[in-house]
Design a protein around this ligand. Structure first.
Ligand code: LMR
Length: 394
């Protein structure tokens, strides 16, 4: 049987992680996978998470199964964090999932169950795993223009022109904030225009929000998602706790299906629970408990918000430093967008040859499309990166 299996293309981001690990050079710099690192190159356990773990260890009395949708307190807490008051609780069906990726996967499967002919419109570029999951599920994908290589900003006219082709029932996949891989994001009025277009065409928006709190702050980063939820009759939202709670390996995510028509809640909730049961039965619980403890315990929440804010401001400082250094060394403003982008990533607009030369000659690892993880830098390595970018002729 196994003779019939074909070799599959490696995931670009994960292959890069391995290549970096295998590189013996001591000066190597990892700007690949989207994992936060502090100035010492460590991915710390956040203080509030550590404290919640201790409290949970002291109070947890059983490891028996939770419900298929996960602990309801987790859904309540995360719905509050992501959606604010843009929807009533009874308008939101939700299940805990293994990470944000699990939520994305389940969302696509729900779409397929509801409308097998739905096409999914994705930004060009998008997180490569969106495309990979859609391909695996044999769902039709259509790209819409998103990134303007020349300016490093959003090609909003191109985006709107391409989204003009959506038809009723199609899905428009949007990044809630901190667009991955580009770092270029929609403004408030642009979100409003997208919402208007979606409603005019009868498409259904789906939002992947994996970096809330990494861009302009917890509230500001949720503003686009909340506007969509308030403004569109039906919305799917895949939320990840991996990055903003720093619990990558705990696999903690939530899939939300919002319908303004509360009569649909029971059936939608049932379908989401069914999908969990088919795919993995009960979702992981540990990370979800930590998140709900942090969000509902005032001292833990305040400490988590403070630490997350430090993380965010640290990345913003690195962005500004890199933009200034590139301007100084290249004598041009062409990399000014690095300071404008938000979140963990920026797409630098380098060629594959430049990216290869940076890896070969300077031991600097970034994804092939020239996406860098800003958190992979520190004040010492920013000038090294800037110098190397200029040295390879970019
Ligand atoms: C990334 O884009 O690097 C992260 O979302 C990690 C991943 O799973 O790809």
């Amino acid at each position: 049987m196994f003779d019939h299996l074909k070799e599959l293309p490696a995931d670009k981001i994960l292959a890069l992680m391995q290549a970096y690990k295998d590189d013996p050079r001591e000066t190597k710099i990892d700007l690949g996978v989207g994992v936060y690192k502090n100035a010492e190159g460590v991915t710390p356990i956040m203080r509030a998470i550590k404290a919640a773990e201790k409290r949970w260890w002291e109070t947890e009395e059983t490891k028996a199964y939770t419900g298929l949708a996960g602990d309801p307190a987790f859904a309540d807490a995360l719905i509050g964090l992501v959606l604010g008051d843009s929807a009533h609780r009874d308008q939101v069906a939700a299940v805990a999932t293994p990470g944000g990726t699990g939520a994305v996967r389940q969302a696509f499967e729900l779409v397929k169950m509801a409308n097998s002919g739905a096409r999914v419109f994705v930004s060009d570029p998008t997180w490569p795993n969106h495309l990979s999951i859609l391909k695996h599920l044999e769902m039709e994908t259509v790209s819409y223009r998103y990134f303007d290589e020349a300016s490093g900003g959003v090609d909003f006219d191109g985006m709107m022109a391409d989204l003009g082709a959506v038809t009723p029932g199609d899905i428009v996949l949007l990044h809630g904030c901190c667009h991955n891989p580009t770092g270029a994001n929609l403004t408030g009025p642009e979100w409003d225009a997208v919402i208007k277009l979606i409603n005019e065409t009868g498409a259904v928006p789906m939002i992947d929000i994996a970096y809330q709190g990494f861009g302009d702050g917890l509230e500001a980063d949720a503003a686009g998602t909340r506007a969509v939820v308030a403004g569109c009759p039906e919305v799917l939202i895949a939320a990840s706790c991996s990055k903003n709670f720093g619990i990558y390996r705990e696999r903690t995510g939530l899939l939300m299906a919002v319908s303004h028509d509360t009569g649909k809640h029971k059936v939608t909730q049932g379908n989401l629970a069914y999908l969990n049961r088919q795919n993995f039965s009960f979702p992981p619980d540990h990370g979800a408990r930590l998140v709900s403890l942090v969000l509902t315990t005032p001292d833990l929440r305040a400490d988590w918000e403070a630490e997350l804010e430090d993380v965010r401001l640290g990345m913003l400082d690195l962005r500004k430093q890199l933009a200034a250094e590139l301007q100084r060394l290249s004598g041009s403003d062409r990399f000014g967008f690095v300071g404008q982008h938000r979140g963990m990533f920026s797409r630098l607009g380098l060629t594959p040859d430049h990216v290869e030369a940076l890896r070969r000659d300077h031991a600097i690892y970034m994804v092939g499309d020239s996406r860098i993880n800003i958190a992979g830098l520190n004040q010492t390595t920013v000038p090294i990166l800037a110098k190397a970018i200029v040295a390879v002729g970019a």
